[in-house]
Design a protein around this ligand. Structure first.
Ligand code: NAD
Length: 244
């Protein structure tokens, strides 16, 4: 049985693609990580967008279409319930670009890799802001341009080789958390893979949930093997059984 939370505990949650797998969104590393014969990793880059913006927008437009057909699963709802109980002692950092945590009711959340359903200017340094966008761009001529600088617009997602978002806030929360709960992430994508090491240095208790052991297993104190949607509802009950 997992030790329950104390009233002084502050929880940092890190989620990865695995938390949305049971909703029907494939993980990158699963067998579905190939799109039209290319790995998702080779499409999700600034170089790919410069070389072929149409192809990159087709990839993300297909993901937007798919996103419209899926729904939050019991793992997302369990984490939203935990937030309702813990209030400002709860912080959720997701590597996912989907909006399923929000759909389940999460509010104290940052998307370190951006959001599929937002679009922004592709020119570095342009001051225009990302905006909500559920449209699909399948042809080069359909891709909109920035009203401020005229550059092509791109999905507001962090590509390989780019710096993730909200890192100051994330590092501050890692510094003050006493419990780190990581769900459904392979432990190989940096910098998220190192969060458990940082929390460990600050003596936080680290718990991992997922069907297989992550690559950074050595830094976790407890591992609960299983699917997030099956494990988390009970785990949340165990963590909060003595009141929070
Ligand atoms: P990953 O694809 O490297 O690893 C997925 C992890 O999820 C694996 O460790 C696997 O064991 C685990 N998993 C599979 N099914 C699970 C389940 N039912 N419950 C719990 N865990 C399960 O994903 P990553 O480590 O998150 O890194 C890949 C990058 O691609 C990240 O930025 C990720 O968020 C992004 N991505 C996002 C989405 C999304 O937004 N839904 C989908 C694919 C990839």
């Amino acid at each position: 049985m997992i030790q329950s939370l104390a009233p002084s505990d502050r929880l940092f949650i890190l989620t990865g693609a695995g938390v949305s797998a049971e909703s029907g969104l494939p993980t990158f590393r699963g067998s579905n990580g190939i799109w039209r014969g290319q790995s998702a990793q080779s499409i999700a880059t600034p170089e790919a967008f410069r070389a072929d913006p149409e192809m990159v927008w087709q990839f993300y437009s297909e993901r937007r279409k798919r996103h419209a057909t899926v729904a939050a699963n019991p793992a997302h709802f369990a984490l939203a319930e935990l937030e309702r109980q813990l209030g400002e002692r709860f912080f959720l950092c997701t590597q996912n670009v989907d909006s399923l945590h929000e759909q389940a009711g999460s509010q104290r959340i940052v998307h370190m890799h951006g959001r599929l359903m937002q679009t922004r200017c592709s020119r570095q340094g342009c001051r225009s802001k990302p905006f909500e966008d559920d449209r699909f761009y399948m042809k080069r001529a359909e891709i909109p341009t920035c009203p401020q600088c005229g550059a092509l617009l791109r999905p507001h997602v962090c590509w390989f080789g780019e710096v993730p978002y909200s890192m100051d806030r994330i590092f501050e929360q890692l510094r003050i958390c006493t419990v780190l709960l990581t769900v459904g992430t392979s432990g190989v994508v940096e910098p998220a893979a190192s969060f458990v090491r940082m929390a460990h240095l600050n003596r936080a208790r680290a718990i991992y949930v997922g069907p297989e052991e992550p690559a950074n297993l050595a830094f976790f104190d407890e591992v609960v093997l299983g699917k997030a949607g099956e494990v988390l509802p009970n785990l949340v009950k165990e963590l909060t059984r003595q009141g929070v």
